[in-house]
Design a protein around this ligand. Structure first.
Ligand code: MN
Length: 437
């Protein structure tokens, strides 16, 4: 697991002054990666690094000759139009680049003038998917979400017997994963109400969010090889916010016996900035299953995973309805939770995914599953917040929602705060529902 080093020093400040205000998601201790270009141009997509309200254009910084030695291979890969090659280099080489960026962006750096010439304000940027995502797997790592959903179908036996032994997941569709800012049409599909004889094809009437984190795979593993738990984190490049939009009525009719299909593959949205595991090092937490639960099998157990496998990341979902937008009112919070409540760690997901020899590849995306916390106000999907559609959520402007309506925008945010550290964040993951075609 990545260790705390000089790049995490809370005393560090940047010559980019907006990075030093203590509120930004992107202080010099964060340094996340994205793929961007200036809005409204046909410029080439290239990698960038967030600092305050600016972006270090990695292609420009490379041209300026900022990087050398150990940092050069990763700097070259970080300037490409996708970050798959950077991810493939592995955490060690990416760490050399992080150290070089930290030095170049520090107050008093000799590189200030050279980098400043290539800075792009985030307000003038647009983003692309940061990697070509070959495969996408979605897990189900919140026991609270699994229990809340299970109760709606099986009140007496909400959790299926495998849940506490196996990190449950399914293979999703990567082609429909989009970047923050995307709008998508309300999906259509087969819907069948319980009292109807036959399904009908109609627009989804129970459109929902799922607040998750997305885990970008870094270095891959060969087909036939498994990744031991002790090495799992070295195969993770970093994390993004992830909204796994879900059509609950399509899902209810289609999911048995093979699981979700068209209820999930119409759109999923990720945030543009990938926060590396190294940046998250100060925010690790211990991990344990409750003492009365089955303990993870040996291949999912490790000293480091127990000591610091968890992550203390605050997560928030907000909704901005058309009415709020027209009134210029602030979005309303739907939920606030924390990633540390997850029943399986990110490392355990990698190790379990490869226990059969499945080959993960750089740029693959793992969804954590809906990250609902232990109480109802920490639930991360409307199906939980409304108890299956029975109790609408009251919004701050007097509106209510049972399910998403056309024109609704959902905003996910995530951040880490801890005494003795500098706050870091993930930016935003934003998506908007358009009317069905
Ligand atoms: Mn999901």
């Amino acid at each position: 697991m990545a260790k705390i080093n000089e790049t995490h020093d809370p005393a560090l400040t940047s010559w980019v002054l907006s990075a030093n205000d203590g509120r930004t998601d992107f202080p010099i201790q964060n340094l996340p990666f994205a793929v961007f270009r200036r809005q409204g141009t046909q410029e080439a997509w290239r990698g960038g690094v967030a600092i305050g309200d600016q972006i270090v254009d990695m292609a420009a910084a490379l041209q300026a000759g900022i990087f050398e030695g150990d940092a050069l291979p990763a700097a070259q890969a970080a300037a490409e139009p996708t970050l798959n090659h950077l991810m493939a280099l592995g955490a060690g080489k990416v760490s050399h680049l992080r150290k070089a960026l930290s030095k170049a962006l520090r107050a008093g750096s000799k590189d200030e003038a050279a980098i400043k010439a290539g800075l792009v304000p985030q307000s003038q940027a647009e983003y692309a998917l940061p990697a070509s995502i070959g495969d996408y797997t979605d897990f189900y790592t919140s026991i609270h979400h699994a229990t809340n959903i299970g109760k709606q179908f099986r009140p007496d036996n909400p959790l299926l017997p495998n849940y506490k032994w196996v990190p449950i997941g399914y293979h999703g569709r990567s082609s429909s994963i989009g970047i923050s800012g995307q709008s998508f049409k309300r999906p259509r599909g087969q819907l069948k109400s319980p009292d109807a004889d036959a399904p009908q094809v109609k627009p989804c009437a129970r459109l929902d969010i799922e607040l998750e984190m997305g885990i970008f795979v870094g270095q891959g593993n060969e087909l036939g090889e498994s990744v031991p738990i002790e090495q799992a984190e070295s195969h993770i490049f970093g994390l993004v916010l992830f909204n796994d939009w879900s059509a609950r009525d399509i899902q209810a009719w289609e999911y048995q016996p093979l699981g979700p299909f068209l209820s999930k593959s119409f759109a999923s949205t990720i945030s543009p900035w990938i926060v590396t595991m190294e940046a998250l090092a100060p925010f690790r937490t211990s991990f344990a299953h409750p003492a009365d639960d089955p303990q993870p099998l040996p291949y999912l157990s490790g000293a480091a995973n127990s000591a610091e496998g968890g992550l203390d990341i605050q997560l928030e979902a907000l909704i901005e309805t058309s009415q709020m937008r027209n009134a210029k009112a602030a979005p309303a919070r739907l939920t606030l939770t924390n990633y540390r409540h997850a029943y399986w760690t990110a490392g355990q997901l990698v190790t379990h995914h490869t226990v059969n020899g499945c080959n993960l590849q750089p740029g693959d995306l793992l969804g954590t599953g809906t990250l609902s916390g232990p109480t109802l106000d920490q639930a991360c999907a409307l199906i939980e917040l409304t108890s299956g559609g029975k109790n609408p959520v009251q919004l701050s402007n007097g509106e209510s929602r049972t399910w998403l309506e056309d024109g609704d925008t959902v905003i996910l945010r995530g951040w880490c705060e801890k005494p003795g550290t500098v706050r870091i964040g993930f930016g935003e993951c934003v998506g908007t529902v358009l009317p069905s075609a």
